[in-house]
Design a protein. Structure first.
Length: 310
């Protein structure tokens, strides 16, 4: 029989633990718990759909004591059939290292990691929580000194915002997990999120200032099904006009998780309009280049229909 769900030593990285869901390894990982002490458990706040924006900050709960549980399981393998008919072997955990809660929604948020460009492709930004990678186009960099959670990349450099005197960037891309919303339709979720995305980008910032003097109007300029990392998703794009400055474009795109969870993935794009903003074509380039971690062949893009979206 296969071992029960739990935290086990990661066979690909023995210095950390990985969640075994009873049939396969998930993408949830954590540092091993110290022996003889109660673990501090992170309880992330709700994500998009609640108006809070972001994965949230963990609330540390300290237990008085914990008992280290070990369960030795040997000689067990789980065979699964690939779509092509060939068998794929997954090795189940051997030793359960510590008790702890299952990763019900989001584990502690890892920072995006960047891989160097190879001879065959661009540099990549990795979203470990959602199990996907983003291509890093020319003119884009991993986030540095960014207050907003879950930013995967920004345009290189900053400028003085046209209104409230804070610092702005011409473009950013955000990746989040939709956790506190019973809705599962990518189309409905994208339609619900785009207004909040516009407000966050061009109306008020995190401390209540109006860096662009507020939004004066908006219009939907594109929407429809989209294939992302081999999943059927949906996107909505708005053109936003602001009281000061050229305004910009915001896009909300939602697609099913690539790591087997029930929570969809939300990707927001924010591009300034005008000659200083990034080219709109970068939205499509980034979308087409999103891949599940470790799977360089599963892509997508606008117009790539692979099934119903709701």
């Amino acid at each position: 029989m296969t071992p029960p769900p739990g935290w086990y030593r990661d066979p690909s990285a023995p210095h950390q633990e990985r969640w075994w869901d009873g049939t396969a390894w998930t993408e949830h990982r954590r540092a091993p718990e110290p022996v003889g002490y109660g673990p501090a458990v992170g309880a992330p706040a709700p994500g998009p759909g609640t108006g809070t924006g972001g994965r949230g900050k963990a609330v540390a709960l300290t237990a008085a004591a914990a008992v280290l549980v070990a369960a030795i399981v040997t000689g067990v393998f789980v065979l699964r059939e690939d779509e092509g008919g060939s068998s794929r072997t997954q090795t189940p955990p051997v030793t359960a290292t510590a008790t702890g809660p299952a990763p019900v929604s989001d584990p502690p948020s890892p920072s995006p990691s960047t891989s160097e460009p190879s001879a065959d492709g661009p540099a990549l930004v990795e979203d470990q929580l959602n199990g996907i990678t983003f291509p890093l186009p020319d003119g884009w960099v991993p986030p540095k000194h960014v207050a907003e959670d879950d930013v995967m990349m920004t345009t290189d450099g900053t400028y003085d915002c046209p209104a409230d005197g804070s610092v702005c960037r011409h473009g950013l891309v955000v990746s989040r997990t939709v956790t506190a919303n019973a809705e599962s339709s990518p189309k409905v979720l994208a339609q619900q999120d785009v207004e909040e995305a516009a407000d966050d980008a061009y109306d008020r910032d995190l401390i209540g200032n109006k860096p662009f003097g507020g939004i004066e109007s908006h219009e939907e300029v594109a929407s429809g099904p989209v294939a992302v990392a081999g999943r059927a998703g949906y996107y909505v794009r708005w053109r936003v006009k602001t009281a000061k400055g050229p305004g910009g474009y915001v896009q909300s795109m939602v697609f099913p998780s690539t790591v087997g969870t029930e929570s969809p993935i939300l990707v927001r794009y924010v591009f300034d309009a005008g000659e200083d903003g990034p080219p709109l074509a970068d939205m499509d380039r980034i979308t087409k280049g999103i891949r599940p971690i470790g799977d360089a062949d599963t892509g997508g893009g606008v117009g790539s229909g692979i099934g119903p979206t709701d």
